[in-house]
Structure formats: C-alpha cells, structure tokens
Design a protein around this ligand. Structure first.
Ligand code: TPP
Length: 642
C-alpha cells in the first residue's frame, strides 16, 4: 500500500520521479483519499480532482520559497500528503489530528488558514507586493489556486482589478471543474463553458511559439499545439478577453489531469511579466466513478461503504438534521404564500434546499458564493413587497455584515436570515464554527434574533418572522433536531418559555443547547438541587420580565449559549440585569470563550467547553456551593415535605 507515497517526505522528493512514477503516485494519493472518506466525512470529490494539479505545482515550483495560496482550502489533501504529512493523514479532521484546511501551525507550506472562499487572489497579491517591498532581490513566484465556484466571489474581481492595475507578477490558477458544491451558476459560468470549448486562446500565439522553440516539449507535438492556436483564432475567441480586460494574460484551457502538459504551461507562465490566469480544466471526483458521476453527493459525503468501486451506502443518523426541519418549514411557507422567496449562496445542498429549488424554480435563487450580494439582493426583493428568506451558514454570513447593516437593518426591511450551522460545527474547525452571529446581529437596531430550542420551535419562529415588518434572524445548529416533550407554549415576540421555575437556581438556555440543559437539570434534581429552566427563544428583543425575575429571585442564574461569550446572549442578560440595577455577581455565563476553537466532533468540543449536560450541571453545582445551597437526597426529601 502507498509504495511511492510513503517515500515522499517533502516536495523535493518528487523531483526524482519519472512521469510514470508521478502518475502512479497520483493513483496512490487517490486511494488514500478514498480510504479516509470511507471512515469519516471529508471533502472528497474536490480533492480527487486536483491530484495531478497538485503534483504539477509541486514539481514546477519550490514552495519552500515560492508562495502558494489555496483558495477555500478544502482541496489540500494531496498537498498535505506531499508536504510531510502523509503519516498523519488518517487523523485528518479528527480532534488533535490534521485540519481539513491549510494550517500554518502544521506546515510552512501552508501560508494561511483558510476555509472561506474567494480570498486567495487578494492574499497572493499582498504576498507579491509585500515580498517585492521587503526582499526586492528574491525571485519568488506567487500562485493562487482557485476553483470556478469561488472564482465568482466579488472579492476575486476586486483583487484581479487591483492586480491588473499594479501589473505585478502573479499566477492565478483557475481550477475549473464546472462545479461549485452544486453545479456552478451565473453568467461567468456560461463564459467559462464557452472557453472550455476552445482549444487554445489566440492572443498569445507569438509568445507561445517563441517559448516553445526554446523549451523542449515532451509528448505534446509542437505542430499540433500550434494548429490548436490556429483553430482558436478561427473560432474567434473572445472569452479570455474578459480576463485580459482586467489586466491578466489568459492561458488555457489546460488539461488538469495531464501532469506533463501542466508542467509545460507552468514553466511557460513562470517567465511572463505581469499577472496571468491559467485556466485548468479538471473533473471533480476524478478517478472514483461514483464521485465523478455525482460530485454533489460526494462533495463532503457521510462515511460510506464500497465494494469494487461501487458505493454500497452512506452511514447516516435517523433523526433529521436541523437544516432539514428548517427546509421543510421554508417549503411549507412558500407553498402557502407566493410572496415568500428563498435565497442560497451556493449552499443549496448544505442547507438541504434542493426540493425548494426544484419545486419553486421561479422563487428560488442560488446567487453563488456571494453572501453580501445575497443579502443586498434580498433587500431589493423585500423593498418591493416580497418576503425573502436567506439561508446561509452562520460563519459565511459574516461576509454580509455590512449589507445586514446598511441594506437590511438601516432600511428596516423584512428579510429573514436563516443562519444554518450556528454554533460549533465539528470537524471543519475554526474557519467554520458559527459562533459570532449573536454578537454581530444583536448590535443592530430593528433586528429580531431568535434561536429555536428544539425542532418544534422552527416553524413557529419562521411564521413569526414572516409576519413581522422588520429584519429577522433565526439561528440553528449543525446537529440533529431533537424534540423536547413539554406542553406547547405559543410563540410570541420577545417572550421566553419557562419550562420550570427552580428554587435553588435557574438555567437560561439560548437555543441549541436546550436539551443539554434539560438533561443537566434532571440530573441535578436527582441529586437534590431544584434548578429551573428558561428557554430564551429570543436574543433580541430579550424577555426582560422573565429573565430579570430569574435574576432577582434565584440564588443564581447560569446562561448557556453555543456562541461567543463576548457580546453574546449571556452578555445581553448581564446588560439587562445591570441596567435594572440587579446584582449581577450571581450570573454565570457558559459559552465559547475568547479564543478560536479547534476541530473535533461537536460533542467533543461541547464537552471541552463545559457545554455538555455534565458540564452545565457541574457549573450549577459550583454555583450552588458558592451560594451555600445544601445538596443531597435528604435535602430533597425535606423539600418535598414543605
Ligand atoms: C464564503 C464562503 N461561502 C461558502 C462556502 C462553502 N463552500 C465550500 S466549498 C464551496 C464550493 C467551492 O467551489 P469551487 O471553488 O469551484 O471548488 P470545488 O469544490 O469545485 O473544487 C462552497 C460554496 C465557503 N467555503 N466560503
């Protein structure tokens, strides 16, 4: 197993390999990626697609000196294996193991910790300009590798516009696999489709010819190559002009599974002056038929079983995830009201909105990886009377911060933000934990912020949101949606739900961790502590009356949230208590502390932060102890006699 791969300890080891050996290595890398994906959820199809490109890059450049930035960073598995992390590869995405994205703490070959799409051209340009300023005598190449999905992000055009103006040497590799997570969308997608049809772009003929006369070309006959150029001229290509108008040379399309051809083109662009875009065509899922045929399902699949290259089935859980419960609620609302429209920013699959997309094609919009545009677009729709529901992961909504400010809250427009994966997302780690939304949303006037405590609260919250004339947000976690058995208390703006009052203390739960709080209170009851529980439901407006009653009447209050403590829900409770001149010293806040949280399963991370049932119970015990509340079955028995 991995006969060649296990001998590669750093990229210079690759330079000794023949083309045949590199191809053999590509096959071994793919096998290692397949083995990983069978055991745990990991980015699969994208990593299969860039194996040859990664080999071509590491054999054409020296990234101990040259600069390489991977956009989004979910496609770095081959890069990690080739840069000294092969032995650790099976630990990928497990707690304490390798991160699923580039991580400078793991290797000098990883320059930025990334996970959000669209930043690579900007950071690469910064590296170029910075290197030139500080080390003008060093000859370094700077390369950004970006997928066609990420390429449509607005930020990329800002960066290309800047790079074109500065005329700096910068190589942007566009990895065009025709896919974002779902099929790519938009006008640029169509333009790339046209470019893919063309054998070679005409504008560089002279330069290419000159270069080919100097560089020995192995395998690919010069005549054929040049006749392709002629064909291209005949075809009257204009597509690449788009990039050239921005100040970039366009090269391509290049076969991204042909190592030798890529090496040849990379050698050529190394010598160019100014920014250049190399259009590399790859197949997502290449080398594993089921993934190549269905790259959407195999983007980051649940672990699966295989036999003879066939997938026998995925290992999934029986409870529906929150995303599905939310999707069903959106679907129902769209069925009932023609004014409701849904918007996704390239995350139709993750937010499980495919049935909405398929059944309401006129009222569903996938805008691509463009969260700020999604929110501003929703504002326009709302202005003329539609009711947009924007489903975006909490972490990616950060991109739209200014549009939430200016286009939504400042105009007080009725757009509903559905913040998926709010809280700890597990194996994706710090780039993806959605822990800041409460902080950034509750600061804005006009905003209503809600967090369902269980599956049953999702639809009533969406109904309420769609009945209000202001911007609203509903945040929900990346986990299965449980249902907590209790009498139904109707949803009312700014009203919390009291599950029970406790004489010894109160827990105030904000959304996703309600079930852990129920479990904690139940344990404590068995130990003799009578702890009450409030399901806050609203972060804004906060139910002052209920929460302040808890603060003033209970020996202590513990707030629990799956979000950043600094400025989050617990802070809101503290502020309310302080404004009401209550004693805040008996309020304890549980949540995500002021540092970035590593990757691991959500449950592992919750336990580490004292946010599992046991951790919450332990905090209550400590608070009870410091408030001199007697604990024990005897105490409980006495209580029951009272
Ligand atoms: C700002 C942001 N929004 C959404 C995502 C979620 N996301 C991860 S990968 C991906 C698709 C990227 O497509 P592409 O760049 O073409 O890479 P591919 O997966 O096809 O290799 C998306 C939408 C993200 N990482 N960052």
């Amino acid at each position: 197993m991995d006969k060649l791969l296990s001998t590669i300890h750093c990229p210079p080891d690759l330079k000794k390999l023949s083309l045949k050996q590199l191809q053999q290595l590509a096959a071994e890398i793919r096998e290692a990626i397949c083995r990983l994906a069978c055991t745990r959820t990991a980015h699969f199809a994208t990593n299969l697609g860039v194996v040859e490109l990664t080999l071509a890059l590491h054999t054409s450049f020296d990234f101990s000196c040259d600069r390489l930035v991977w956009d989004t960073g979910h496609q770095v598995y081959a890069h990690k294996m080739l840069t000294g992390r092969y032995d650790e590869f099976p630990t990928m995405r497990a707690k304490g193991g390798l991160m699923g994205y580039p991580n400078p703490a793991e290797s000098d070959y990883d320059l930025f910790m990334t996970g959000h799409a669209g930043c690579s051209v900007s950071t690469a340009l910064g590296l170029r300009v910075g290197d030139e300023a500080l080390q003008p005598n060093e000859q370094r190449h700077v390369i950004a590798v970006i997928g066609d999905g990420a390429f449509a992000s607005g930020l990329v055009f800002e960066a290309m516009n800047n790079a074109g103006g500065l005329k700096k040497n910068l190589i942007v590799i566009l990895n065009d696999n025709k896919m974002s997570i779902c099929p790519r969308v938009g006008g640029l997608a169509e333009s790339l489709d046209r470019l893919r049809m063309n054998p070679f772009y005409a504008g560089l003929k002279g330069e290419v010819q000159k270069f080919l006369n100097r560089v020995p070309v192995i395998g690919d006959p010069v005549e054929r190559f040049l006749s392709q150029v002629k064909d291209a001229i005949k075809a009257g290509l204009l597509g690449g002009m788009f990039f050239e108008d921005l100040g970039f040379r366009y090269i391509g399309p290049v076969d991204g599974h042909n190592i030798r051809q890529m090496q040849k083109y990379l050698a050529m662009v190394k010598e160019f002056q100014g920014p250049v875009l190399v259009h590399v065509v790859t197949e997502k899922g290449h080398g594993f038929k089921p993934a190549a045929e269905d790259p959407v399902s195999f983007h980051a699949p649940a672990p699966f079983e295989t036999s003879n290259g066939e997938v026998l089935g995925f290992k999934t859980s029986s409870l529906p995830p929150y995303s599905q419960v939310v999707r069903d609620a959106i679907y129902q609302r769209m069925k009932a009201d023609e004014k409701v429209v849904a918007i996704s920013a390239a995350m139709c699959q993750g937010t499980m909105l495919e049935p909405v997309r398929d059944d309401f094609p006129q009222r569903f919009f996938d805008v691509g990886i463009c969260e700020s545009h999604a929110v501003a677009f929703a504002a326009g729709l709302a202005k003329v009377g539609l009711r947009p529901v924007v489903a975006i992961y909490s972490t990616f909504m950060q991109r739209a911060y200014d549009q939430i400010f200016q286009e939504l809250t400042l105009q007080n427009l009725p757009v509903t933000l559905m913040l998926d994966r709010a809280g700890l997302v597990g194996p994706d780690g710090p780039t993806h934990h959605g822990v800041f939304d409460l902080v950034y949303l509750r600061a804005f006037p006009n905003m209503v912020v809600m967090a369902p405590g269980d599956a049953g609260e999702v639809a009533p919250m969406l109904d309420l949101a769609l009945s209000l004339d202001c911007p609203t947000a509903i945040r929900y976690p990346k986990t299965n949606a449980e249902t907590i058995n209790r009498p139904i208390v109707p949803m009312e703006l700014g009203k919390a739900e009291v599950l029970r009052w406790g004489r010894d203390g109160m827990i105030v739960a904000c959304g996703s961790l309600l079930s852990n709080c129920v479990e904690a209170a139940d344990h404590l009851a068995e130990e003799g502590l009578d702890i009450g529980l409030i399901n806050a439901r609203f972060v804004k407006p906060l139910d002052w009356q209920t929460i302040l009653r808890a603060v003033s009447e209970s020996p202590f209050v513990v707030t629990v949230e799956e979000g950043a403590l600094m400025g989050g829900f617990g802070s809101a409770v503290l502020e309310a208590a302080c404004d009401a001149a209550l004693d805040t010293s008996r309020i304890r806040r549980l949540g995500v502390p002021d540092h970035f949280i590593e990757h691991g399963t959500r449950n592992e991370l919750l336990a580490d932060l004292g946010l599992d049932a046991e951790g919450i119970a332990e905090t209550c015990r400590q608070m009870a102890k410091s408030n001199h509340i007697a604990v024990g079955r005897e105490h409980l028995a006495n209580r029951q006699h009272v």
